[in-house]
Design a binder for this molecule. Structure first.
Ligand SMILES: [Zn+2]
Length: 342
């Protein structure tokens, strides 16, 4: 179902965002489905307000048009985004950029079939090679099902009537979100690039840059040199990213290439804008240490399960890592990279 624009109440307020320990005054606009945070000069972070997992998108309002970055988790959420953008500007959306191929960022693509979709060649390859059979996607689907089961169990064991009514409402909301996945039919970028592409829109320069392999083989950063802002997708978050498709050995150098750009705030694929750029250094150190400690276990013939239980990264107090152990999926991915480097 498409929400009609007339249903939106656009509320504008001055909010205070805490980002990496720094305070930043940011203008936010809230609709029925989205919260837009203006980072600089018509560059908005777009986040859905529903309490279900989704990725950030960016809305770039130029003199005559709008460019979007990332299409959300489902076609339904993409339609909500398209409708909500109309509360910000009458300018038409003329292009979508995919930061990478992951489902939570790119499975709204089909709602943009009538405009150019720009992405890395690796993103094109992934979105044209059985994307619904990708491990990262099928694990996401399994996670949805497991959450539905947990919610139903919780309802069964709740005796308080009002608490139970709230849980039932939460379940219905999440079940509707899960049903939205049924209409996903991924489409790839229609314009691809390998290293770099620049869009000139009105007075704005938008640089789309591949800085090296990181979270996937085809992450692109979207850089706004005049505003000193960069959208990093999942290649740089406020802490470590999902590593299941990652290139942990190459990632620190990719982040070094990112740091060579002149910016003072970055917008990640999840979470709020980050102004404490030291977060990138902390994550680089974490990846280097994780790779090195995992390689030692691999060299010693330790299996994935034992390595994932025993690798100790609690020395990374700035991240912070509080418990010994690493997700087995991460260790498996690093073992695979060690055995089949390419
Ligand atoms: Zn991702």
């Amino acid at each position: 179902m498409t929400t009609r624009p007339s249903m939106f109440r656009a509320l504008t307020s001055l909010a205070i965002c805490v980002t990496g320990g720094l305070l930043m005054a940011a203008q936010t606009t809230t609709t029925d489905t989205h919260r837009f945070t203006e980072i600089r000069n018509g560059i908005y972070l777009a986040q859905t307000t529903a309490p279900v997992f989704n990725s950030n998108a960016m809305v770039i309002v130029n003199d005559d048009d709008v460019v979007l970055i990332d299409s959300h988790v489902t076609p339904s959420k993409a339609r909500d985004l398209i409708a909500a953008v109309k509360t910000l500007t009458p300018n038409p959306i003329t292009a979508l950029i995919n930061s990478h191929h992951h489902w939570d960022h790119a499975h709204g693509n089909q709602e943009f079939a009538d405009i150019p979709i720009i992405g890395h060649e690796f993103t094109y390859m992934k979105l044209t090679t059985a994307p619904l059979e990708e491990g990262t996607y099928t694990r996401g689907i399994a996670g949805n099902d497991a959450r539905l089961d947990r919610m139903r169990e919780q309802i069964k064991s709740t005796t308080d009537a009002s608490e139970r009514a709230q849980l039932e409402a939460d379940l219905e909301l999440f079940a509707a979100h899960v049903r939205d996945f049924d209409e996903i039919a991924p489409i790839p970028p229609t314009v691809t690039m390998n290293d770099r592409m620049t869009l000139y829109r009105g007075g704005r320069e938008i640089q789309i840059m591949f800085l090296g392999r990181a979270h996937t083989g085809g992450d692109v950063a979207v850089y706004f040199p005049d505003d000193k802002v960069v959208f990093t997708g999942d290649m740089a978050l406020g802490g470590p990213s999902y590593l299941g498709d990652g290139f942990v050995d190459e990632w620190p150098q990719t982040l070094e290439n990112l740091k060579a750009l002149d910016f003072d705030v970055f917008v990640p694929g999840h979470g709020g804008p980050v102004t404490d750029l030291n977060r990138i250094d902390l994550v680089q150190e974490y990846y280097r240490d994780l790779w090195q400690k995992t390689a030692v276990k691999h060299e010693a013939g330790v299996d994935v399960e034992e390595a994932s239980r025993t690798i100790d990264l609690t020395n990374h107090t700035g991240i912070p890592i509080r418990q010994v152990g690493v997700d087995p999926l991460t260790i498996q991915r690093i073992y695979d990279r060690l055995e089949n480097p390419d």
